[in-house]
Design a protein around this ligand. Sequence first.
Ligand code: UDP
Ligand code: MG
Length: 342
Amino acid sequence: MNAQDVETNLDCATPDDPDPFRSGATTSRADRPIELSVIIPAFNEEESLGYLYDRLIETLDPLGINYEVILVDDGSSDRTFDELSIIAARNPHFRIIKLRRNYGQTPAMVAGIDHARGRVLVTMDADLQNDPADIGMLLETLNEGHDMVVGWRINRQDKWLSRKLPSLIANRLIAKVTGVNIRDNGCTLKAFRSDLIKRVPLYGEMHRFIPAMSSTLGCSVAQVGVRHHARQHGESKYGLGRIYRVVFDLVVIKTLLSFAQRPTAYLTGTAVIAGMLSIIGIGAALYAALATPEGSAVVYMSSSILFGSLALFLGLIGIIAATIHHANADVTQARIGEWSEW
Ligand code: UDP
Ligand code: MG
């Protein structure tokens, strides 16, 4: 997604709106750093948004912390943006990001994550299938010392054959392939330390693989049971097509994770094979030069030089990959270590 594809009207809340946190004393919540950002992607969710606003306010105001809610309109074609604008005008804690077209849930979440200012980030859906009332519990669990808290839907209100069964199989498969055992990868309700989630590369439909993608950072993940409700308004944006996309993403993630853990192993392994082929080429060229008069030694020698160059090239890239990997690991550890409880 290019920068010009994101329109932020982050200041669309009118400044003269009554704000319980800005009135009165100078030490109001709005003066303090933002502790929590709730990120909610919405694609054609016009009917749910009013209820979502009420439920969020009910939950977030009593927490007594400075928060923001970032609502990302993922190129909706209905009145979603108008509804979001009304909400943002009513309450300055709510900010809107508008994407120019429908990019999908993961890019919409990433846009929200990039713009979030809170120390802790919570992600959830806009259709109220996740319950905002669970946010407090997620924050408490995060404060027990975890980097990420992942919800699992205790009593999932979706169809069994088309939704729950494929999910069950996908969760088992993801656990086996990635080695990260998460009960319910498809549950969007999660809480993260902001510095951690901002470092996780997410694209395609990888919002379902955040714990696996974060595993290279060595973070501590807790899982908590959360409520789940049947969709009351609008329609699900996914059909059975998600199954093949999950399998495809899984292959990509497995490759990324294996390579990220041992970047030099793959490169030096291939370099060694190329080096051996180069040596065999030299042997064959020598044999051909001495034993056969047809001049095939030139062909063997050329192949040998090609394989030798490849081995050298891959070896050098391996060294660079190892250097970057170690430097990055140090920075990541240092950043993670900087965080303290809020
Ligand atoms: N969503 C989005 N862009 C998309 C598809 C979905 O922002 O292209 C949002 C959607 O509005 C909802 C969340 O992602 O807030 C989850 O989508 P949905 O409820 O359709 O998924 P399901 O619960 O059926 O798995
Ligand atoms: Mg839903």
